[in-house]
Design a protein around this ligand. Structure first.
Ligand code: SAM
Length: 262
């Protein structure tokens, strides 16, 4: 099934390759950089942990899991107009219920420029309306997402915490944000920009998980240091189109690596 979230940097275009590289069987599924979680919704694992640093993403999955009818109620009550988009964009998520937060995020992402989630330094979503509104998910798609999320544990926070109790037989899919290692560009929320220190933590996590007998699939922007650090892993290079590089150069062909420790 498809994710109900539109998300720049989603793995929709390389899903077939990810599916092919995923282990045929595993105990629990972990996706700590969930975003629109396209691999999760494709594999539909029975036991899973989804995590993200972005509280709007986690609130959305929580509401989809626990209150899909309420999400539909709010989602379909907002007109797809420029005026409504900016009113919804200006709502303060902390003042809303989870179902309202979910409806707000699904709606904004369907209308915003390039499906980019980006905030200002105060953490407020600041992406303008794009050239058109994409279709909202149908009620049956919301219901299907709700069923897929039943029994899923959600973690709002850093990736290392979300994979904290992964153990032998589990499968972890890691899809961190692109990083140039230095600059903050506001992609995926202010705190969510991935820096060089985060990359070092990611390598540490990969090594720990490997020692614990966890199967890990990692996708990342081609980076020599990271490739060298993953000694003994099997690496595949692929070309992808990305639109998360900011507004000046919005769509680019990038080289990505898919790395496996199994
Ligand atoms: C490339 S996107 C994941 C896309 C996802 N695979 C999909 O199919 O849509 C990366 C996600 O990581 C989240 N993120 C950024 N830094 C994080 C961190 N330190 N820990 C957990 N999640 C983080 C962002 O909020 C974003 O949703």
């Amino acid at each position: 099934m498809n994710s109900v979230l539109r998300w720049a940097g989603s793995k929709r275009k390389v899903l077939a390759e990810l599916r092919r590289l995923s282990p045929p069987s595993f105990r629990r599924y972990f996706e700590p950089f969930a975003g629109s979680a396209v691999l999760f919704f494709d594999l539909m694992p029975t036991t899973a942990v989804l995590g993200d640093l972005n509280p709007e993403v986690v609130a959305t999955y929580e509401a989809l899991r626990d209150a899909p009818e309420e999400v539909c109620h709010y989602l379909y009550s907002v007109p797809k107009t420029k005026e409504a988009y900016y009113i919804v964009r200006d709502l303060i998520p902390e003042n809303l219920s989870n179902a309202q937060r979910a409806a707000r995020l699904i709606y904004l992402m369907k209308g915003c420029f390039n499906g980019v989630y980006r905030t200002n330094r105060q953490g407020r979503f600041n992406v303008p309306l794009g050239s058109r509104f994409f279709a909202l998910p149908e009620p049956n798609e919301i219901q299907a997402a709700s069923e897929a999320l039943r029994g899923v544990t959600l973690v709002c926070g850093d990736f290392a915490r979300a994979v904290g109790d992964a153990s032998e037989g589990d499968f972890v899919y890691l899809d961190p944000p692109y990083s140039d290692g230095t600059r903050f560009r506001g992609e995926y929320s202010y705190q969510g920009s991935f820096q060089s220190t985060d990359q070092e933590r990611l390598i540490t996590s990969c090594n720990d998980l490997t020692k614990r007998g966890v199967k890990v699939l990692l996708s990342f922007k081609e980076c020599e240091a990271l490739c060298e650090a993953l000694e003994g892993w099997s690496l595949i290079r692929i070309n992808v189109t990305r639109s998360v590089a900011g507004f000046a150069h919005s769509r680019r062909l990038a080289r990505e690596i898919l790395a496996r420790n199994y």
